[in-house]
Structures are given as structure tokens and as C-alpha cells.
Ligand binder design. Structure first.
Ligand code: FE
Length: 194
């Protein structure tokens, strides 16, 4: 679909097209997720699964080969407990739309799971999801610690015009988004309650 772009941090061109703005070599690297997850950090809120989840996804850490088009996006971050301890080996199962704004309901394009490393770190190479009717830009995810309960939630992009028009939107689930030479990088720390 060829919808007009909303005002968004994603609306401006990638950093490669920008000659000013203080971009340095360091900016081209991924921004590390802040280490300071302090005691008492609120847990990441549960959000509804929606109608498009499919179980038994393939294990993959990149969705780039799933689609021909789309703006590159690196999602990354950690999984920690409310006490700040890393949740090594946590399962993360992502699903999203691409730039067409449509879920793959017959296969596993833009769907897949992975496991956080021993320090709770994870990374998914993907593309920027489009808005679709009734929804602001978002990525769905289920996060499950080893032998723990599944957290179903969604991640959002700051500055989206439609964020506050979307009844599902949760500001606690805004990612920290930055331009990179290739496209965009978005960080989020999942905080699990138990
Ligand atoms: Fe959705």
C-alpha cells in the first residue's frame, strides 16, 4: 500500500543520506542497551496477542531474507528480571508486518524465534513494519524465561502520529530508536516479573 508517511522518527532519511548532524563512526554502531536496570523497574506490560500469531515458528535471528523490500531495522536488547538479573536463554518469538502492512498467514515470513544469550541479550535483523488499518507501527513478541511464563507484548516506535490514536498503544513499550548507516536500530529491555 502506498500510504503517506506519518510524522515519525522513521520519516527522515537514513543517516547515510545525512551529511550533518554530528554523525560519527561511533553512531554507526548499535547503541548498547543501558546496563542500569535497577531494582524496582516495572515489568514490561502484557498486551494482547492479536489475531495473527502462529506457533511453531522457525528459529531465526534475521527476517531480512523473508522480504524483498523494506527499510532495514535492527531490533536488539536484553531480557532481565525486575531485580535486574539477566534472563539467559529466554525465548523470544517475534512476528510483524513488512512494508506492505500484511501478515503472512500461510507461511513464516517475518515470523521467527530465537533465544537470548547467557547475558540475556538478543538481536533481530528485520525491516521497519508499516502501519496497517487500525494500528500504529509495532512489532509483536512473546518472551518466555526458561521454565517460566510467557509474556505477550508489543514494541512501538517513538514519534508516530498514530501512537495515541491506537487503543492498544503502551508508552512503556516504546523502543529507543536511532538512525544507522544502513537504516534503523531500535533497543528494548524486556523486564520480566517472575
Ligand atoms: Fe499487529
Amino acid at each position: 500500500m502506498d500510504e503517506k508517511r506519518p510524522e515519525s522518527v522513521l520519516s527522515s532519511p537514513p543517516a547515510a543520506a545525512t551529511s550533518s548532524g554530528g554523525r560519527t563512526t561511533a553512531d554507526e554502531k548499535l547503541t548498547p542497551t543501558p546496563e542500569c536496570i535497577c531494582r524496582g523497574t516495572p515489568p514490561t506490560p502484557e498486551q494482547n496477542e492479536g489475531p495473527y500469531y502462529k506457533p511453531y515458528t522457525p528459529k531465526k535471528t534475521s527476517f531480512r531474507g523473508d522480504v524483498e523490500n523494506g527499510t532495514p531495522l535492527v531490533l536488539h536488547g536484553r531480557v532481565v528480571t525486575v531485580d535486574g538479573f539477566p534472563v539467559g536463554g529466554a525465548l523470544l518469538d517475534f512476528w510483524q508486518v513488512g512494508e506492505e502492512g500484511v501478515y503472512d498467514e500461510t507461511g513464516f515470513r517475518l515470523r521467527g524465534h530465537q533465544f537470548a544469550d547467557a547475558d540475556g541479550r538478543w538481536r533481530l535483523d528485520t525491516v521497519v513494519p508499516a502501519e496497517y488499518p487500525g494500528r500504529t507501527r509495532h512489532v509483536h513478541v512473546k518472551v518466555q524465561p526458561p521454565d517460566g511464563e510467557v509474556l505477550t507484548t508489543m514494541l512501538y516506535f517513538p514519534g508516530e502520529r498514530r501512537n495515541h490514536l491506537d487503543k492498544h498503544f503502551r508508552p512503556e513499550c516504546l523502543m529507543d530508536v536511532h538512525k544507522t548507516a544502513e537504516g534503523w536500530s531500535a533497543a528494548f529491555t524486556f523486564v520480566l516479573d517472575g
